[in-house]
Design a protein around this ligand. Structure first.
Ligand SMILES: Cc1cc2nc3c(=O)[nH]c(=O)nc-3n(C[C@H](O)[C@H](O)[C@H](O)COP(=O)(O)O)c2cc1C
Length: 186
């Protein structure tokens, strides 16, 4: 039976907040890059960003996770990376997600309040709070979409990572080419 590693860490953003349309610009860039890379490597997980702090869970083959995490640790977009939990698991919690993104929401605010927190500070989470956080993230929606099924996304990840304008342009170009071929042979 395959064993997976589930690694959860906290870190602090090294950039100033820049909100446009709900998701921070820099976080959106990190997400796009993560989804493209993770789909290729069959890595999955979830990312949460609140009050300048990240909470990320990574799941996948042990050696792959260590490699990806090595890259993440060295990323200058965040600092003070601290592992909150690292364990072997028989099944993945986020098997369908290359990197799910959950924005700040009521469930998390309530969980923080119930535990006496006035802001999102994952460095102070105990094991029970990490479990509660994981439960909320598992059940929450991802309004950003586009992070579905790892294996299928992996096949097309190079295409899915193109900007929308390119995809539309490529679609129009291909249609034109097909019309031209049909017109030439008929
Ligand atoms: C908070 C945070 C989370 C990240 N999560 C991932 C991730 O899940 N997968 C990934 O490949 N890169 C992730 N990155 C980006 C990596 O640190 C690194 O920039 C990237 O893997 C390099 O990819 P490249 O070798 O394709 O340039 C994350 C970065 C930050 C700051």
């Amino acid at each position: 039976m395959t064993e997976f590693v589930q690694l959860i860490y906290a870190s602090k953003a090294n950039f100033k907040p820049n909100l446009t349309g709900g998701v921070d610009k820099e976080v959106a860039r990190i997400l796009m890059q993560s989804r493209r890379n993770n789909a290729r490597r069959d890595v999955g997980g979830v990312l949460y960003y609140g009050d300048g702090n990240f909470f990320q869970c990574l799941e996948g083959e042990p050696s792959v996770i260590e490699k990806v995490f090595g890259k993440i640790i060295g990323d200058s977009r965040h600092k003070e990376v601290r592992v909150l939990s690292r364990r072997k698991v028989p099944n993945r919690n986020f098997a369908s997600w290359s990197m799910k993104y959950v924005p700040a929401q009521e469930g998390i605010r309530r969980m923080l309040k119930n535990n006496g927190f006035s802001s999102f500070d994952p460095y102070k989470f105990n094991d029970a709070m990490i479990d509660q956080m994981m439960g909320i993230l598992s059940g929450a929606d991802d309004p950003t979409g586009g992070a579905k099924r790892l294996k299928e996304a992996g096949l097309f990840s190079w295409f899915l990572s193109f900007p929308k304008k390119w995809k539309i342009g490529l679609g129009i170009g291909l249609t034109g080419l097909v019309v031209l071929i049909i017109w030439t042979v008929s």
